[in-house]
Design a protein around this ligand. Structure first.
Ligand SMILES: [Zn+2]
Ligand SMILES: [Zn+2]
Length: 150
């Protein structure tokens, strides 16, 4: 987690004006990887005091547009944000509780950027979501309950 001076530097390097809401929101995204808007709003309020949902949403939008924040949206999940950007990593999502973890590209330099057929497109990003169950949702107890219900 970078110190506040680094966060300000990161914002400045993206040619954005450094404002308290931007620093607070970007810090919150660094502190809570893959958090949804509600979590980031709560974390930003802890730093800024009262701040509107719209203000935080606007800052998230500006940070996403400038490439400082990446927005991911697994199906049936609210949008989530992370500060780990530009490395083409992927995500693994739990079907039961929605827990999200990072998955690096397995081999070489982003091999998933080479589709079998690119249809003439210039590809610059590949988004892969692995679905499954996280360790706490896949415990034998849960398996038992699921078995009893079915
Ligand atoms: Zn889970
Ligand atoms: Zn991630």
């Amino acid at each position: 987690m970078p110190p506040q001076s680094d966060i300000e530097g990161i914002i400045r390097a993206a040619r954005l004006r450094v404002t308290r809401p931007r620093v607070a929101v970007l810090t919150a995204v660094h502190e809570h990887p893959h958090a949804d808007t509600a979590t980031i709003l709560e974390a930003s309020r802890a730093k800024l005091g009262e701040v509107s949902h719209q203000a935080v949403y606007d800052v998230l939008q500006a940070l996403t547009d400038s490439g400082l924040v990446r927005r991911i949206q697994p199906s049936r999940s609210p949008a989530r944000y992370e500060a780990r950007v530009a490395d083409n990593h992927h995500h693994i999502v739990c079907r039961d509780c929605g827990a999200v973890a990072d998955v690096d590209c397995a081999i070489g330099s982003a091999p998933c950027l080479s589709p079998s057929e690119a249809h003439g497109f210039t590809v610059d990003e590949a988004e892969v979501i692995y679905w499954g169950r996280c360790p706490s949702c896949a415990t034998p107890l849960n398996a038992q309950i699921t078995a009893q219900q079915s």
